[in-house]
Every structure is written in C-alpha cells, then in structure tokens.
Design a protein around this ligand. Structure first.
Ligand SMILES: Nc1nc2c(ncn2[C@@H]2O[C@H](COP(=O)(O)OP(=O)(O)O)[C@@H](O)[C@H]2O)c(=O)[nH]1
Ligand SMILES: [Mg+2]
Length: 321
C-alpha cells in the first residue's frame, strides 16, 4: 500500500556506526588537518542526510485519503508519529548546525587542534542522535505496523461485507473473488481487514471483509476498533449484512438483527442490504435477499445487487471541463 515503499528507519546505533566508520575511512585517505575536516564533513553529512530521509520518506498525512488517515491514526496515532518525525527533523538540522559551527572553528587551529575539535563535534553529534533514539525506534515500529496494511484503494468502489462470525462472509468473498491470494489481512488487536476484487463492466470493485470489526455489537469495540470502523465508513459504497437464520453460526437471529440495525444507523449514507445466507438451512428472517453460498444459490444475484447499489459511474475523461 501507500506506505510500503518507506525505507527502513535506522536505529541511532546503526546510524552512528555508519557515520563514524565512513568518516574514519575518509579520514584515512587524507592526512593532518584535512583528514579531520573530511571526517567531520562525512560524519555530519551522513547523519543529517539520513535523518532527513527518515522524515521526508513519509507522506504528508494531510494528503492521505481519509480512510488511510483514520487507519494510520487508529494504529499508530498521527499526532504521535508527527511528533517523532519532528524530533528527527530537529536532529537533522542540529547536526547540520554542528557541522557549520565546527567548520568555522577549524579555521583558527592546526592539525592537532582540529583533531580535538573533531572529537568534540563527534561527541555532540552522537548526543544529538542518541537524543532521538526513542523517536527513531517509534518511527520504525510504526512503519512495521503499517507496512502490512492491505492494499485498499480508497478511490475504488467498495462493497463491505458485515455480519456476525460464521455467517458466511469469508465463504462469500472467497467464492466471488475467486482469489484467496488477493486477500490480505491486517491485525491490530482482534481486527483484520481483508480485501478481494471483482470486475464488472471493466470496473474493479473491492470486497472488504472485516472480521473482528463489523461482526460484533458497537459497544464491544475498543477505541482502536471504533476508529477502524470510522475508516471503513469512508471506504464503503455499499454494505452487505449477512444473517444466518439457522443460528448455526452460534448467534441467535435477534442478536444478529440488532447488529444489522446498528450498521444501518452507522452506514446511513450508503445502501445497506440485508442478506439471509445459509438459505439451505433456514429462511426464517425478513431479508432483501436469500442466498446459499455453499449451494451457489443467489450468490450472483446478491453480488449484482451490491454492484447496483454502489451505483458507480466512472468519470469519463471527456466529461471534464
Ligand atoms: N449450510 C451452509 N453453510 C455455509 C454457507 N455459507 C457458509 N457456510 C459455512 O459456515 C461456516 C462459516 O463460514 P465463514 O465464511 O467462515 O463465515 P465468516 O466467519 O462470516 O467469514 C463455514 O463452515 C461455511 O462452510 C451456506 O450458504 N450454507
Ligand atoms: Mg471470516
């Protein structure tokens, strides 16, 4: 997804090792005063460039699609991440300042004096880098947490599949997308988001299955999960709520209907279709559609209805003014 191209964030130790060993190498190529000057340049440049790259590698959070913004915020906290990045940015500038300061001071000393100053400068650079040790670690953690986000395209028409566990959501998504390998999952707490794709009239639709999220009453969701629901809200163009009237899923039908009603209220901007799945077992509930995924009954009808409900009209290039 959008964040997968981020380079790995170095630890402060890795960064200092790299900077000082390259500096030593560049120092060996010269001698006396010049060796010291070259070491300072090299170390400071490596540190300040690498720290800056850590920061600029991240997209501007304000440019993120609301879906991803909410998701990033739910998983790592946008404000916290911004804070860490701004600390690292500070460290990059500070290292640049140290380089300038010592370069100026180098003008008035001999080789021996330059060596002393260079050592002093290295100690100060090391201090600066160590000061952002925690920030670098937190940025790296955030990156790890975010890199496995499923590749969801917020601009693609999206059908969200909801309903209690074991009502047949995954069976449906797997059957119609016919692409198990396309489903990716993202675990934070108990939550995953899985996505599969279908194509109708050359338009790609995303089918999103959210086990752990839209399969339980709102009051059972923790804060992160609630925020993830907000993210999904930005995404959904239509919602399919699956019911299992047979109760084989382990949840009584009245409880399932309560969840359906909560979803109707929550996703009030988009069509929400009620689908009684496992119609081979029971049809004992009022629903928009009756389907059996395992028997292949009405599966396409439900999919067509969902596509219809999305009502996606692709923008044609010549429509633009
Ligand atoms: N009898 C019957 N079983 C079904 C049907 N659809 C799914 N199942 C079964 O219900 C169980 C739970 O399905 P699953 O897709 O994992 O549900 P999910 O938890 O909502 O994703 C599995 O054993 C499925 O084979 C159906 O239409 N009829
Ligand atoms: Mg499932």
């Amino acid at each position: 997804m959008i964040l997968e191209d981020l380079p790995t964030t170095p630890t402060s130790e890795e960064l200092l090792d790299k900077a000082f060993s390259r500096a030593a190498r560049s120092g060996r190529a010269k001698s006396g005063f010049e060796a010291q000057q070259s070491m300072l340049q090299t170390a400071a440049n490596i540190v300040s460039d690498n720290l800056e790259n850590v920061v600029t590698a991240w997209p501007d959070f304000d440019d993120l699609d609301p879906f991803y913004y909410e998701l990033v915020d739910a998983i790592v906290g946008v404000d916290t991440l911004r804070q860490h990045l701004s600390e690292v940015s500070w460290a990059s500038r500070k290292t640049g300042d140290i380089r300038e300061e010592y370069q100026a001071r180098f003008r008035n000393v001999d080789a021996e004096g330059a060596k002393k100053l260079r050592k002093q400068a290295f100690a100060r650079i090391a201090d600066v880098v160590e000061e952002v040790e925690d920030d670098l670690a937190a940025i790296n953690d955030a990156h790890q947490d975010l890199r496995s986000l499923p590749d969801i395209r917020p601009d693609e028409p999206t059908i969200v599949v909801a309903g209690y566990p074991n009502v047949g959501k995954s069976s449906f998504v797997n059957r119609v997308t016919n692409a198990r390998n396309e489903t990716a999952s993202y675990p934070f707490t108990t939550t995953e988001i899985r996505v599969g794709h279908i194509e109708r009239d050359h338009i790609r639709y995303q089918l999103v299955d959210t086990p752990g999220l839209l399969d339980r009453p709102p009051e059972d969701r923790n804060e992160i999960e609630s925020q993830a629901v907000s993210a999904v809200e930005h995404l959904a163009d239509a919602v399919l709520v699956f019911l299992d009237a047979s109760g084989e899923c382990g949840y009584p039908i009245d409880v399932q209907l309560e969840l359906r009603d909560a979803l109707l209220a929550r996703f009030d901007d988009v069509p929400v279709l009620t689908v009684c799945n496992k119609s081979d077992r029971s049809r004992d509930v009022e629903a928009d559609y009756y389907m059996s995924v395992t028997e292949g009954e009405n599966v396409d009808t439900v999919l067509d209805a969902a596509v219809e409900a999305v009502g996606y009209e692709p923008e044609l290039p010549f429509d633009e003014d």
